[in-house]
Each structure stands twice: as structure tokens, then as C-alpha cells.
Design a protein around this ligand. Sequence first.
Ligand code: GLA
Length: 425
Amino acid sequence: MSGRRSRTRVRNATISGVPEVPARVRAVGAFERVFGVPARVVARAPGRVNLIGEHIDYRGGSVLPMAIDRDCVAAMSPGGTARVRIIATDAPGGEARVEFDAGALAALTAAGAMAHAGVERGSWASYVLGSLWAMMRSEGGVGERAAVGLDMVISSDVPVGAGLSSSAAIEVAALRAWVEMDGGAWDPLAAAAAGRRAEHEFAGVPCGIMDQLVVAGARAGHAMLIDCDVVEGFAPVLAERVRHVPMVSNKSARVVVINTRVRHRLAEGGYADRVEMARSAAMKLGVKQLCRALMWDVPELTSAERLLTRHSITEAARVSEAVVAMERGDVRRLGELIGESGRSLVFDEGVSCEELDTVVASAMRGPGCYGARLTGAGFGGCAVAMVWPGGVGRVSERIVREFMARHGYAPEVLVTGAAAGASLV
Ligand code: GLA
């Protein structure tokens, strides 16, 4: 999904600004147009960018993402019938609609639910359907209410397939609205778990908990340090698993996100391969989670597993150091760690691509940038850079110019603050 965006020229670099018609306005307007009444509840959930701690959330490591100021919005009302009607205003190919009977949903398997609703695996609708389904089936969930229909419109300003968690934003926005409509208490952990289950069972992506959790529970002005070292059981309260770390001040650095527009498709195998390899390496090393390993140079491991293990151990250490640097306001050290993380993702984890390498090299060439690396799962998508505020224009311009010369099209540049997690609007 992507809205039309206004463009601001910053010294010849195209920086995408606030969308002309933000998702909230699109969702609320479409709801009234389609269903003839105003939506009762409107909720938003942001995309996210991961500052450091990549490919280690599912290996028991700690990660440090933050929410970005691009939202997915869900407008919702009880339908008055037993039908669930969901409209996406920005689906590929335009407005799309899915409609099915609510009654049977909670009793179906994931595959059964998708067949029942006529929804394709991994499509926008599968994220909505999957997260509602998972929430209904969760412990203390809302299975009873499965028989109640609802009307919903989803609009999103989070770039799709860019590694900014557009799918987590859909899942969590839908859940935030649904929980409110239902009169329940908002529990970011429960929502994150339901969203992740949707990814696993409705999209075929065996992801960790990072994306859904930061999207559900981030605090404005803060990055979220998530300790993922709890195998599948979550600590009962959010506070035991996360710490909100104040972002460095806007005066010392800005977070710049560069979208290569190379769509990363996590269901295509590279991600799942790494999940599998991390599992087998952990088993061979006799640890529950790979980030608990103490060494990588072990003969039992294949050479790929050795590199993956090295990335896991060193990345976990970098995250701890990055938190200290952030708390001290030491942007230079933070930038260095981000750069090291990037090199480890290229050489050890092996998840970069040419376009990402171009962006990172341009960002780092010349003054203004403290550190840059690919962010998210890799295989395309975005890079993140910590940039001196006075250098944002120049650094962006350099990245866009060099990228165009090399690849023949312009990447998208977003400058973002650390936004709040899901909320009502
Ligand atoms: C995707 C997954 C996350 C995480 C990152 C890589 O975004 O959804 O759980 O594993 O990749 O750090």
C-alpha cells in the first residue's frame, strides 16, 4: 500500500514528506463512502526501522528498533450482521474487498480460515484475517465474539515490501481497533503474539517478535530494547521484556531511511533458511538460542553456520554497546556500531544485495553520516543511516545521485523521528 506523497526538494535530493492525503483521512473517508456511516473506532499502528540487532530476535538476542512516523490506519464499526467486510484502499491494483462469515472463523485452521474467506496466503487480507483469527484463538482470547461481524477499512502510508514492517502495521492497527471496539484492554504483548502468529501461519514467514512488538508498544521519542531471550513463552508483562531507550536528540542526529525499492519477499526462502540454520547451529552447539553461544569456530558447524553464529554473537554484543552509546548521547560510537552491524550482515549473515551496498557506500562516503547499514531482514528493502542534522540534505543528495547513476532510478528517502506505537486516533 502506498499513498500519494508530497515531495520536498532538499538540495536536489527527493525526500518524501507527509503524504498529501494521510492514511487516516483515506480510511475514514472510504469507510463512510462504502458503509454509509462514520467508523466507530479508528486506530493507527506505525511501521518500524531497526537501528541495530538484526536477525537475532529469533535467536534469543536483544534488538533495538523504533517506530517510524508512517502509519497504517484501521477504521472500524460493528457490522450489525454476522459478516466481516474488510476494504483495503491501497491494495496492489487499487481498492480491494474481502467479505466472509464471522461465525465459523475461530473454529477453523489457518488454511481453513483462508479458504473460508477466499484470502490468498501472504496477501494484505491474510494479515488482517490472520491477526483477528490468532487473537480469537489466543488464551483468554475473544473466541466468543467470533460470531459478531464487523466492517473495516485499512489504509496505509508504510511502504510495502521495504523492510519497514508494513505487514506488522496492518496486523496491529486492525487489532488495536478491534480490541477497542470490543471493550477489551490493550495488551501490546498479546497483540504482538497474535500478529506474529498471523505471519507464521497466514504468510509463511517464521519471523521473530521484534516487528509486531515495537509497532504495538513503542514509546514516542524512544527506541525499544527488546530482550528476545525467552524461547516461546513471553514474560507476562511488557516491562519485563522491553526497555524504552531515549533516542539521541534531534540536534545531534537524524534517522534517515533509504528505500532501495527492491522488494524483499520474506516468504521466498532466504529468511526461513536463516531461521533454520540458526536452529541447527544452536542444536550443534548445545544452546537453546544461538545468541547464547560463546564461540563460532567449532568443527561441528558448517562454514555458513559458523558465520551465522559469529554474526549472532557479535551483533548481540553490539546491541548492548549501542544502548550504552545512545544513553550517553554518543552518536559517533552509535554510528560505528551501526556500520559494524552492517558489515556483519553483508559478510557473515549474507543478507545484503547490490542496491543496499550502493546506498550504504554512498552514505558513508564523505562527511555527515555517522553510520549506515541495511535494516530489517535484508534481501532488498531499506538501509538506515544516522546522520548529522545539518548534513541530511547533502547526504541524501549524494545517495540519490550515486544510486541513480548506478541503478538508473531514484531510491526513496524518509527522514523520521521515533514515533509512538499503536494508538487510537
Ligand atoms: C524481519 C522479521 C523480524 C526480524 C528481522 C531481522 O523483519 O519479521 O522478526 O527477524 O526480519 O532482524
